[in-house]
Design a protein around this ligand. Sequence first.
Ligand SMILES: Nc1nc2c(ncn2[C@@H]2O[C@H](COP(=O)(O)OP(=O)(O)OP(=O)(O)O)[C@@H](O)[C@H]2O)c(=O)[nH]1
Ligand SMILES: [Mg+2]
Ligand SMILES: [Zn+2]
Length: 351
Amino acid sequence: MNINPIIESYIDNKLLSDFSVGLICAVHKNSYLVYFNGNPLRGELSGRMQFSAESAMDYPTVGDYVYFQITEDQTSLIIHELIPRYSALKRKLAGKQIDYQLLGANIDVAFIIQSLDQNFNINRLDRYLVMINEAGITPKILLSKADLQTVGEIEQKIILIGKTYPDIEAVAFSNVDMLGLNSIKNMLLQDQTYCLLGSSGVGKTTLLNQLIGKNLLVTEAVREKDGRGRHTTSARQLIFLANGARIIDTPGMRELGNFGNEQGLSSTFAEIESLADSCRYNNCSHEHEVGCAVLNAVANGELAQQKLANFLKMRREAAHYDRSYLEQRQRDKEFGKMCKAVMKDRKKDRL
Ligand SMILES: Nc1nc2c(ncn2[C@@H]2O[C@H](COP(=O)(O)OP(=O)(O)OP(=O)(O)O)[C@@H](O)[C@H]2O)c(=O)[nH]1
Ligand SMILES: [Mg+2]
Ligand SMILES: [Zn+2]
């Protein structure tokens, strides 16, 4: 296994007398699959690492490089420390809880997969792009199930994608008649790490099986009544292709919440950001102000109404979650302080 040159520069050589460096290929409930010297080994976190972790970001995820030691009986390993990441793909945890979930680390290119049938949706693409741009990862769009659409229908969608995202590479493909698969294969370079993102049932795992050249991973038919997937892939895992590219398959996402991603919003909606420079007021919300260059651009057809509406929706959502997240962290901090103070008083009583 070649270690990525950026990661190589992050490695602390002093630690190499005691530790080896491995790559996390899968995360299970309480254990990790660590790739080292061509073999996957099962590992656990050291006690120190578990106790010092403050948030989800402090735990290893798929694509992370770690320092580890092999146990004395040579059967498993103990992970001692994370090597810094050059990219971290994260989203809001699904459900009511406001926290981050790390989807992958050290990813170079993220493929957003939408099928060309009911799953095709520009607003959802924006949502994935905000997350990917926030992490500084290169996005690419793959449109699957081309075999289910006429050439005209496919063309229409490709033109729409080209207009909406002129700088993003997009390819239509089919796992059934192999259309477009060669273009995808040509995108995959040695030592680069890719991930497959998208709703359940769009064909992420089927594509990965095609790229591996055998049915290594389980796939399942979508539901007949609404074409939705059955959440077949349940854990993220990193697979090595024969040419040395690495691909992370992920479980289909039901929802993609959005917060802590100012950078992602502004680079995904760069068009709105640059129009905003000409708004009359510095703090223009682009919702109702007189002299708003963004609203003017919508009025004269330069900016799609849908784009602005989606931007405002995601910005409102992020502001709401950002506020709640901060309040929650503040409460946790105060609770921590209070606990410490109580422990101190108890100690004094005992003295
Ligand atoms: N017609 C058609 N069916 C496809 C294509 N790609 C995948 N499928 C089918 O779609 C179903 C779902 O495929 P999966 O690869 O399991 O989907 P997934 O995106 O991995 O789904 P999750 O693991 O649930 O997130 C399977 O029955 C596949 O055979 C395609 O290009 N065309
Ligand atoms: Mg899958
Ligand atoms: Zn404005």
